[in-house]
Design a protein around this ligand. Structure first.
Ligand SMILES: [Zn+2]
Ligand SMILES: [Zn+2]
Length: 420
């Protein structure tokens, strides 16, 4: 298992695992199973240029350098994959290339002329970073596939798609304040600590450091910031959760995340569970659905997703109660509705691209006919499909076996455990 994002290192795995050698938005330090493997990998392959976060405020030529680093990282991952591929006779091997994801988030405005921040001169300076990264990935795959055994089943999976990041996430705090469901902190609230202000003042200096140094120091910087500061991003701090009926939870810009200040659950809850909660959610959903982009008048919110109706499970109470799915077809600099009037504000977040629900998968291998599968499968279906092919029990899964793959493959080659 090589670099599967957000997958913590397993214990006692019958195999090897690299956790976050080069994963987008790594949450931990690089570690391996068995633990001693980490030193060997670092010695032979060094470090990925973007281990912690690739978020940064880049301009033209910075994007060109960013793409060059991602392309170099793809080359290292190819070398690393080949190294472990040749090392044993694996039943299963997974490698995740996260570089296309990084390029999509950071560089979308350079590729998309409809993006409000698109600037052809900057695009020319940057030199098509997304195209270069996709080509490098394609090249790496093209060289890795012939190295596999002839009867290997290959699954190539892009877990989700990418597109322009629009939406009004950057204005959602102002919307809640104008709707009267959130309240600002009292003027007497404690000002940021001296240390936190010093860290803020150092930000321009941080920008002057070379990108490679920034990448190496980024994890320590984030930790320091978390210790010193309020963990919430700046635009969440305009709301005082204790005085509000609901408040924002940090989430990726594809979906705004709102948690209701529920009595009995939150420390200073204001909304009663049951009928009050239901009424509040229904009202907020209507008011959010009324938001439109100015001047086009096009709806800004595709739908509001209720967590309790979407994500079952014992830990689901810890998630936000409502997710605001933005309409990513509309670039936004001003929004409005009858209730909130108008609110203007440019989105300066460095991520100009964001996720789309539709991904991509390609399967090739023995017994699989050429052609399209003709239906969409869920991301949840891959685990049970792989488990079926390996004859491994996978209890408590919500996904379904992709029969078009398993039936074709098992008809020509028996499951791993039954090989003679
Ligand atoms: Zn990234
Ligand atoms: Zn992402």
């Amino acid at each position: 298992m090589l670099d599967v994002p957000h997958a913590p290192r397993s214990q006692d795995l019958n195999g090897i695992q690299l956790a976050e050698w080069g994963a987008h938005d790594a949450e931990r330090d690089f570690s391996t199973w068995p633990p001693a493997l980490a030193a060997e990998v670092s010695r032979q392959f060094g470090h990925h240029p973007w281990r912690a976060s690739c978020d940064d405020d880049r301009r033209g030529a910075d994007h060109r350098r960013f793409a060059e680093e991602l392309v170099r990282a793809i080359g290292e991952k190819e070398r690393l994959t080949r190294h472990f591929l040749d090392r044993d006779d694996w039943d299963f091997l997974a490698q995740v290339f996260t570089e296309a994801h990084c390029a999509g988030h950071q560089c979308w405005h350079l590729t998309d002329p409809a993006h409000p921040r698109h600037d052809p001169a900057e695009g020319a300076q940057a030199g098509d970073p997304i195209g270069k990264v996709y080509e490098a990935l394609d090249g790496a795959l093209g060289r890795l596939l012939p190295a596999l055994e002839e009867d290997a089943l290959v699954l190539i999976l892009a877990g989700h798609g990418m597109g322009a990041s629009f939406g009004a996430q950057h204005l959602l705090d102002q919307v809640l304040l104008r709707l009267g469901v959130a309240a600002p902190p009292l003027a007497s609230a404690r000002p940021p600590s001296t240390k936190a202000r010093v860290l803020g003042a150092l930000r321009p200096l941080w920008r002057l450091l070379p990108a490679s140094l920034r990448a190496n120091l980024d994890q320590q910087r984030r930790r320091a910031r978390r210790r010193l500061n309020d963990r919430r991003p700046a635009h969440h701090r305009s709301i005082d959760p204790a005085r509000s009926q609901c408040f924002l939870v940090e989430n990726t810009p594809a979906h705004g995340a709102i948690r209701v200040n529920l009595r009995g659950r939150e420390p200073q809850g204001l909304i009663e569970p049951g009928a009050d909660f239901e009424r509040f959610c229904a009202m907020l959903e209507r008011d959010l659905m009324d938001l439109t982009a100015v001047p086009s008048g096009r709806p800004l919110v595709k739908r509001v997703i209720r967590r309790d109706r979407t994500y079952p499970g014992p830990m689901s109470e810890r998630l936000p109660d409502l997710f605001v799915e933005w309409n990513h077809e509309v670039g936004v600099t001003e929004i409005g509705s009858d209730k909130i009037g108008r609110i203007a504000g440019q989105n300066h977040h460095c991520r100009t691209g964001d996720h789309r629900p539709e991904g991509l998968f390609i399967a090739l291998g023995p017994g699989l006919p050429a052609g399209e599968i003709g239906r969409a499968v869920s991301i949840l279906d891959f685990a049970p499909t792989i488990a079926r092919l390996l004859e491994v029990e996978l209890p408590e899964t919500e996904g379904h076996v992709i029969a078009e793959i398993t039936e074709a493959v098992l008809s020509v080659s028996p499951p791993v455990g039954q090989e003679t």
